[in-house]
Design a protein around this ligand. Structure first.
Ligand code: DLL
Length: 435
């Protein structure tokens, strides 16, 4: 295990380290970042009020809009000559936000991503194909630096050009694949079309993240590639990939708590919840120099898994992210995340793991349609079987989630494939009523 001391230290010892670091970071943002000074003053709080992690709740939150207001560099805590790299968030929910890294930040980031690959069993003997996008997105370069830090071979393929992805995978002796789970599906599908037998390759593991994915998708990816699949979590505002990662137990994402203080807060009251209960994930960066963030509200919903992990790491585990609060659908009063629908669809043999959820307006009501592709093996022209599969899918959704949705089976290959993060929900409610 890399960084054994940091990853296995007694909880009390870690709390002490976090407390020291929290004091330092609050002082730093108070003295270096005007927006934080103003906010602290508004709340009548000074860094002297923060003596330990139990004081975290005294501090104000940072939200995406604070970052937008400070666009591009307003929340940086060091002069630009100390920043050596910038990245940005994907901007799927509005204007992009910019983050900056000092040299030390990049080193820390690489070491935390290296922990994730180490936990997936990677060593300096491995050859790792990185198919996350390179560019402003933190996925490509973030994973790249971590893989190099581990001493493994990094193949910077980036996203897109899927046939070439398959060619590299089969010709370069690749042992590990790092990519979004949805793009991994397309790579597997393309390999099959190209007649490449993925099971005959030396590929051993995949490190998948950057979007929510279900347990059933994990099984399908493991089967399609003949690999063990690991989850990796992160967000650009907080650092990028490597904030948390799965170990061989596959039971939650170990959070790199020596660098990030995690809180789970009730969605309504924003008060801390007990371990085991669901809420919004909030992070405070403890060591970042470029753009330290205090109590950043991620909008991701999850919970801390209570208890210790047999792997020996003492860092707490965040359950895999079910979804973002922005993606939550409210279907006739029931809260549903796209991954819950995915989990159900992937249990049904006759459909493929390609789906989209279309939201439209019918009068004043929201209408939800689940579009899912039929499996190649089903004859799309056979109306009888289509009817019975449609019924089967709606019944499975109704029984698992207690909601009734319209289901539309579509031809294999007709749902647009993603080369990065998949767009599972298509919101057409602004485009006028369907009736
Ligand atoms: O997606 C960083 C990343 C790159 C993580 C590569 C893992 C691998 P952003 O573009 O800022 O950063 O998007 C962050 O993506 O708040 C989650 O909603 C979602 N997300 C990231 N990883 C996971 C995961 C990168 N493993 C947002 N499971 C986060 C579920 C994830 N959702």
């Amino acid at each position: 295990m890399l960084d054994t001391k940091e990853q296995t230290m007694e909880t009390s010892e870690r709390a002490k380290l976090q407390s020291e670091r929290l004091s330092e970071v609050t002082e730093r943002v108070y003295s270096q970042v005007k927006a934080y000074k103003d906010k602290f003053d508004e709340h009548g709080i000074t860094p002297c009020d923060i003596t330990g992690i139990e004081d975290i709740t005294k501090l104000p939150f940072t939200v995406k809009n604070d970052m937008r207001a400070a666009y591009p560099y307003g929340l940086f805590a060091v002069p630009l000559n100390q920043i050596v790299r910038v990245h940005s968030s994907s901007g799927t929910t509005g204007q992009i936000t910019v983050v900056g890294y000092t040299e030390k930040d990049l080193k820390t980031w690489a070491s935390l991503v290296a922990r994730a690959f180490d936990a997936a069993g990677a060593t300096d003997q491995d050859i790792i194909q990185i198919s996350y996008g390179y560019g402003l997105f933190t996925g490509g370069l973030g994973v790249h630096n971590g893989v190099e830090d581990l001493g493994a071979v990094a193949i910077p393929v980036s996203g897109g050009n899927t046939k070439r992805q398959v060619q590299v995978l089969s010709d370069f002796g690749v042992t590990g694949l790092a990519v979004t789970p949805s793009y991994a599906l397309l790579v597997a599908e393309t390999a099959q079309k190209m007649g490449v037998d993925l099971h005959a390759l030396p590929l051993r593991f995949g490190v998948f993240g950057a979007e929510p994915w279900s347990e059933n998708l994990r099984s399908q990816l493991e089967e399609a590639f003949g690999i063990e699949a690991f989850d990796i979590y992160g967000l650009s505002e907080v650092m990028g990939p490597g904030v948390g990662f799965e170990c061989e137990e596959h039971h939650g994402l170990h959070i790199n708590e020596d660098h990030f203080l995690i809180e789970i807060l009730d969605k309504e009251t924003l008060e801390p919840v007990e371990d085991g209960e669901y809420g919004e994930v909030v992070f405070t960066t403890l060591t970042k120099e470029g753009i330290p963030l205090i109590r950043y509200r991620t909008r991701d919903i999850s919970r801390i898994i209570p208890g210790s992990c047999p792997c020996g790491r003492t860092t707490r585990r965040l359950e895999r992210i079910t979804g973002r609060s922005d993606d939550m659908l409210i279907i006739r009063g029931v809260n549903v995340y796209p991954t819950q629908i995915e989990q159900i669809l992937l249990d049904i043999e006759e459909v493929a793991p390609h789906y989209q959820i279309i939201l439209t307006k019918r009068g004043s009501l929201d209408d939800v349609e689940v579009r899912v592709e039929l499996n190649d093996s089903v004859d799309f022209d056979e109306i009888k079987s289509l009817e019975s599969i449609t019924k089967k899918v709606s019944a499975a959704i109704a029984s698992a989630l207690a909601i009734s949705v319209k289901v539309k089976l579509v031809e294999p290959g007709s749902i647009e494939r993603s080369e990065g993060k998949a767009q599972r929900v298509v919101d057409r409610r602004g485009e006028g009523s369907t009736s």
